[in-house]
Design a protein around this ligand. Sequence first.
Ligand SMILES: [Zn+2]
Length: 419
Amino acid sequence: MPDVFADLVGQDEAVVELRRAAAAAAAVLRAGAAALVNAGPAGGHGSAADEAGTGVDPSAGMTHAWIFTGPPGSGRSVAARAFAAALQCVHGTGCGECPGCHTTMGATNADVRMVVPEGLSIGVGEMRALVLRAASTPSGGRWQVVVIEDADRLTEAAGNALLKAIEEPPPRTVFLLCAPSTHPDDISVTIRSRCRVVPLRQPPAAAVAEVLVRRDGIAPDVAQWAASAAQGHVGRARRLARDPEARKRREAVLAVPRRLTGVGAAFDAASALIEAAEAEAEASVTEADTTERAALETALGAGGTGRGAAGALRGAAGQLKELEKRQKSRATRAQRDALDRALVDLAGFYRDALTMALRAPVAPVHTDTAALAGAGAQKWDADGALRRLEAVLACRAAIEANVKPRIAVEAMMLALWKG
Ligand SMILES: [Zn+2]
């Protein structure tokens, strides 16, 4: 039976550290140590608690605030969830079999909260409520664990609310943050200084393929192709291997380079890319939107009559408006994510052209368009391929910096056509 860390692909060093921390956390519980005092980022040697007088500090290796960093798809949230399970594991190891492991991995553990931002940012209200709940005594007798995915999307005010909780942590509360990096743009310097960082790396394609075969039962040749095409992004590799729609969207994106035959074609390609991202995003959020709205309407007793109904209706209108705002923000995020995936695929193509022009001894990202990239390499040379790759990367950066996606994509297409 695989333990909770089995799905953390190609992250051996991080797994060793997390196992050690989970064991230390279990020792803290055994020793009945009341608090993780001053367990700073340097390694948590601040606690004075001794385990049963052995002279061993049970909290060494454990601390109450962590940041998991790494590129998208490297498994930040997978690592955080696995660590949360190991903390709740009755054996303190993340065995994968006990109720603590099971409930955490199945997202039903009452003492583990996963915060998944649906919009562009996590607001202060949400964070305050979370911090308050996280301060309560763990009902399972072990730890209260709060996992914040995409902690880089915290608003400044929300970050401050979180910082306060991290600075004066309740004795049994553990915060697990996930962010692309520890750059100040992603995570505030003050929060960073209170956390231990677990850097994850982009898993090698072979490791991704291995997990697709073992866990998802995907045929080895398909798994290998998908792992390479997804450029180390485990979730994306699984989608490509399983979902024909995802494969179709990828093919459409990789058809862009050969379609750029003139100015008009460049603008057409930009429109197509934007619209495909919108369609993909809409498909991913529509179902959740409808379910949420129905649930809220039921909760508000829509259609109710009698005394107080008018007042309730006014309150209800406000709540529905709030929900619509949240859903709009989530749709925007989904569109940007879809567009970014397309740009990453496109960058992979020009990277292949560049490595071929340089005759670099590296495997292509997209094996199925390698011939096309080879033709590009001959036509453009290394300089031209590099300029095109840079145009794609500049487009990603511009969108990240809030340039309107359509404008950024049009500029990119023109640059790709002109070279
Ligand atoms: Zn367990």
